[in-house]
Design a protein around this ligand. Structure first.
Ligand code: EPZ
Length: 418
């Protein structure tokens, strides 16, 4: 297992480019199964989760390959309807195959994903939506089995604006008979990207990016070529990296219109953010201020940036309160940040962070993807050497993070564990 070693204390400077969005790419890969023939998704990030999704898709009989930032899929062999436990347990997003399986093969047998480190992660909203579209759903031996001769358009009200349920139901409804409406839909940029992809394939989806999406079912879709949007969480992670080191950087392909509340929060912290030829330039705060955040669905502050924000607040003078409302167990990074000298106490679903003057390097352990990113940020600001183990979590969602940071002047290297 690799480790990342960081000697902290360097201000970042220079330019960095954001990769394609993991959370946009995963549903697009699966949506390509809805189209007859070949699809190409460009800008696909080379990440563990993207590779795992490729494997899931091959298990279903389609051809899939990731090479040089292009994910290619040929759906002609798509004929098997089972996503097995061994794959689904390694990546929950495998559940996305249910929509295309039901829409094209009329049958899906997918292992129940179960929880993960950050929470229980139920899929009841996905299943209730499939039932509303006319599928029969049963749970047997740890698998969800669903069948539908032909899905029928329906009005579906989601109890919560779930990203995954919105994606899955949009895909299923794209080939259903008649029109579907998804109310209280998720509004994340990744949802709009999926709608644009479906429309490129010949679908008729409107309203993505609002809380009501209309999907007019069509009889068939065709493969297409499409470029995935840049990763807004990676972009925001770099902005936090600049802030935590007091550096000034340009983040190429970062989109201000995808940052939602993050831009306001950075401004309140004191950072100056400006758009420049397809990049965001960030200039550090003179007198950085503590800023409370509360995670919310988009355009609210993203839960996927909560840990990184906490690292930033840990070295910002004053007290801030960070409240997590999406995942019930997403404070695993707190104890590791504390090992680096942070002063953080947890009160229910809030963390009270008292900024310290300096963190000091120590061996720490990553517990999940965004927690790993928070530890990297904290290590960049810490005095001395930090060794982060279990870095495979980071590899699920950040493409070559240590190389990108090294190019920005950080003293960071990856080593294979003895
Ligand atoms: C997506 O997960 C992201 N994953 C997560 O990113 C992200 O944290 C999350 O959305 C929230 O933004 C991908 O896009 C692959 P949800 P998802 O369904 O779709 C509840 C990362 O770090 N809920 O929007 O699984 C659920 O418990 C990852 O990149 C139900 O109650 O999240 C949660 O409280 C981690 N029933 C809330 O909704 C359901 O059927 C939001 O979950 C589904 C969800």
């Amino acid at each position: 297992m690799d480790k990342i070693i960081i000697e902290g204390g360097r201000k970042l400077k220079g330019e960095v480019e954001v990769s394609g969005s993991k959370n946009a790419c995963l549903p697009l890969m699966v949506a390509a199964l809805l189209g007859k023939g070949r699809s190409r998704i460009t800008g696909a990030p080379d990440l563990m989760d993207v590779r795992t999704m490729g494997q899931v898709i091959r298990t279903l009989g389609a051809e899939a390959e990731l090479a040089d930032g292009v994910f290619s899929l040929d759906s002609r062999g798509f004929s098997r309807c089972e996503a097995p436990y061994d794959l689904v347990r390694t990546m929950r997003a495998s559940i996305y195959v249910m929509g295309p399986l039901l829409a094209r093969l009329g049958r899906a047998r997918v292992s129940l994903p179960g929880g993960c480190a950050i929470g229980a992660r139920p899929i009841n909203l996905h299943l209730a939506g499939f039932e509303a579209l006319g599928a029969k759903v049963v749970l047997k031996h740890g698998y969800v089995e669903a069948t539908a001769k032909k899905l029928k358009g329906a009005r579906i009200v989601l109890d919560k604006p779930s990203v995954g349920a919105t994606c899955n139901l949009m895909m299923a409804a794209a080939l259903a008979q008649g029109t579907s409406y998804l109310h209280n839909a998720a509004q994340e940029p990744e949802i709009t990207d999926l709608a644009n992809f479906l429309n490129r394939m010949g679908g008729r989806v409107q309203g993505a990016g609002t809380d009501c999406i209309e999907i007019k079912g069509v009889s068939s879709l065709t493969g297409c070529e499409y470029a995935v949007i840049p990763d807004r969480i990676e972009a925001a992670t770099f902005l936090c990296a600049a802030a935590i080191t007091g550096g000034s950087i340009r983040v190429r392909r970062a989109r201000l219109d995808h940052l939602g509340f993050v831009a306001e929060k950075l401004a309140l912290h004191g950072m100056q953010l400006s758009e420049e030829d397809g990049a965001l330039r960030v200039v550090p705060a003179r007198g950085p201020k503590p800023v409370n955040i509360c995670t919310m669905p988009y355009p609210g502050f993203p839960t996927d940036l909560q840990a990184q924000w906490m690292a930033l607040m840990a070295v910002t003078p004053g007290t801030s309160v960070i409240t997590e409302t999406i995942w019930e167990n997403r404070f695993l990074h707190v104890s590791e940040l504390t090992r680096l000298g942070a002063d953080i106490s947890i009160q229910g679903n809030s963390a009270v962070v008292k900024g310290v003057r300096r963190l000091s390097g120590a061996p720490v352990m990553a517990s999940d993807l965004r927690a790993s990113a928070a530890l990297v940020l904290a290590a960049l600001a810490a005095r001395g050497r930090t060794e982060i183990s279990r870095i495979y979590h980071l590899d699920r969602g950040y493409e070559a993070l240590e190389k990108k940071l090294a190019r920005l002047g950080a003293r960071v290297k990856r080593v294979g564990a003895a």
